[in-house]
Design a protein. Structure first.
Length: 180
């Protein structure tokens, strides 16, 4: 590991992570110490660092629908989704891979299986947004998620038709998430 930060500095992060969580310079120091443990094949140090980071992890990204959604479209979709998806299996504003996903459906193991994106704002119609969405879709797909896009143009005239498409996807990917 090559770093301009001396080892005696980057090995002193534990108390700061315990106090402030996984943010700030302490997370950089933990990363450097982790890389050093990997380089030196020190499995015990590696596991200790990972356990510390796991214990200090802020899991707000897994909060259920406590926070308001961003748009009336998302609000309406959420209300429809809770009619067909078990509310404990539905997470809004899910954070994954550095991205925010409008909604995620969790499988029986509480792992994300389907990402639901609401598309309709003018922002989504620019070439930059299209490129960003393609990149994000590739990254999320690599994490094992199926992507389901709900276009406002298709939703407003016939929400049931869009929900039927989603039901089919859920039945094939994680049927245990459907309401009985």
């Amino acid at each position: 590991v090559f770093s301009s930060i001396p080892k005696e500095y980057f090995t002193k992060y534990t108390s700061e992570i315990l106090e402030k969580g996984n943010r700030g310079k302490a997370i950089l120091y933990a990363y450097l110490d982790y890389a050093y443990a990997i380089e030196n094949e020190n499995q015990e140090a590696k596991e200790t660092i990972l356990d510390l980071l796991k214990d200090a992890c802020d899991v707000e990204g897994l909060s259920m629908h406590d926070d308001p959604t961003e748009t009336p479209f998302e609000d309406e979709l959420y209300n429809y989704l809770t009619d067909i998806i078990d509310e404990d299996q539905l997470v809004s504003d899910y954070k994954m891979g550095g991205y925010h996903v409008d909604f995620v459906i969790l499988d029986a193991n509480q792992q994300p299986c389907i990402a639901i994106e609401c598309d309709g704002a003018p922002w989504h119609n620019t070439p930059q947004a299209y490129a960003y969405d393609l990149h994000r879709q590739r990254i999320l797909g690599e994490q094992g998620l199926k992507i389901f896009r709900v276009w406002a143009k298709a939703w407003w005239p016939n929400p049931e038709k869009e929900l039927d498409k989603l039901r089919e996807l859920v039945r094939s990917v994680c049927p245990e998430s459907l309401n009985s």
